[in-house]
Write a protein that binds this ligand. Sequence first.
Ligand code: NIG
Ligand code: FE
Length: 403
Amino acid sequence: MTDGGEGRRVLLTNVGELVTNDPGADRDGGPLGIVRDAAVAIEDGRVAWVGPAPDAPVDDDVEVVDLGGRAVIPGFVDSHTHLVFGGDRAEEFSARMSGRAYEAGGIRSTVGATRAATDDELRARLAAFVAELHRQGTTTFEVKTGYGLSVHDEARLARLAAEVTDEVTFLGAHVVPFEYREPDGPGADAYVDLVVGEMLEACAPHSRWVDAFCERGAFTEAQSRRVLEAGRAAGLGVRVHGNQLGEGPGVRLAVELGAASVDHCTYLSDEDVAALAGSETVATLLPGVEFSTRQPYPDTRRLIDAGVTVALASDCNPGSSFTSSMPFCIAVAVRDMGMTPAEAVWASTAGGALALRRSDVGALRPGMRADLAVLDAPSSIHLAYRPGVPIVAQTWKDGRRVA
Ligand code: NIG
Ligand code: FE
């Protein structure tokens, strides 16, 4: 493995196609900023230079890595995952494939398994997911809480997630847990009191974001607003799960609160599309969800053609989308959601970075983190063209090879 740490200089050369996501780098001016027969110079874990290979700065101190004409893209930015959980729901998936509908209530069975898991069990599972992400070219990923739903367990999940990423999202408002829903339980509003009080206080120190599942069967607009406003007042950025199972207030609420992203966006009214188009809020689409719930895919063309910024993410979770593969999401988005290969590659790299309001990842230009994926293919089109093939040959994070 190559160490790209302090003072280390590496030159990746013989790159057949380099996706920079820097439109200025592309003579044709495309959004992917493609440079052919390219090289990338890395110094101290950052991109120092990109351009045509013959112009690359070379000297005796540089370690040269010949990539044999392979394509290089920015590492995937997976802006939506739920990777801290216990158990799985394979039986629920199987029942769904036999015709049963997806319901938000399945979340509660994962809450039971997660509460029963020890810290070390959850930590080992997370470590395995991180390795899985790296193998598939993902270098930045967000992780949500939301399977603890008690002060103790939500804080535990936030703390464990923070061990593997800076992008932790507090999702205490995922669903109302059993103990609050029982006929003689305190009810949803009392649970929201807990979320905006003691639970937020315990989770905020480990989190960058607050999220709420604003959907029938989860939280109402008023309840979601309380949670998101409280999170914002505690210094967290806002993101929203909305419009997954039907039209509803999620998208409008996200735009009104200046959310970085509203995720799912499967069922949108014309007003929702117009609100997104006039905002800084990214619409994050999650192809794995529609794939594994057999719901209709979101209408991506309607969003992109209206000028909405679209990101793609895995939503990796044991219920609605148990894939961590961004290449898979790209393939589905291209095949079934009307995206071009270039749009899908951009949405899963630069789009994800915008959804996390990150300016140091999602593109390969001088100053950015040297986070990238080397494809066993001559162009990024192959991500959609060769579905199901292990196409990521190498993954580099902060100038160091991690897979
Ligand atoms: O993003 N929509 C809410 N939460 C997850 C599903 C979680 C689950 O089913 O366990 C999602 O799809
Ligand atoms: Fe989700």
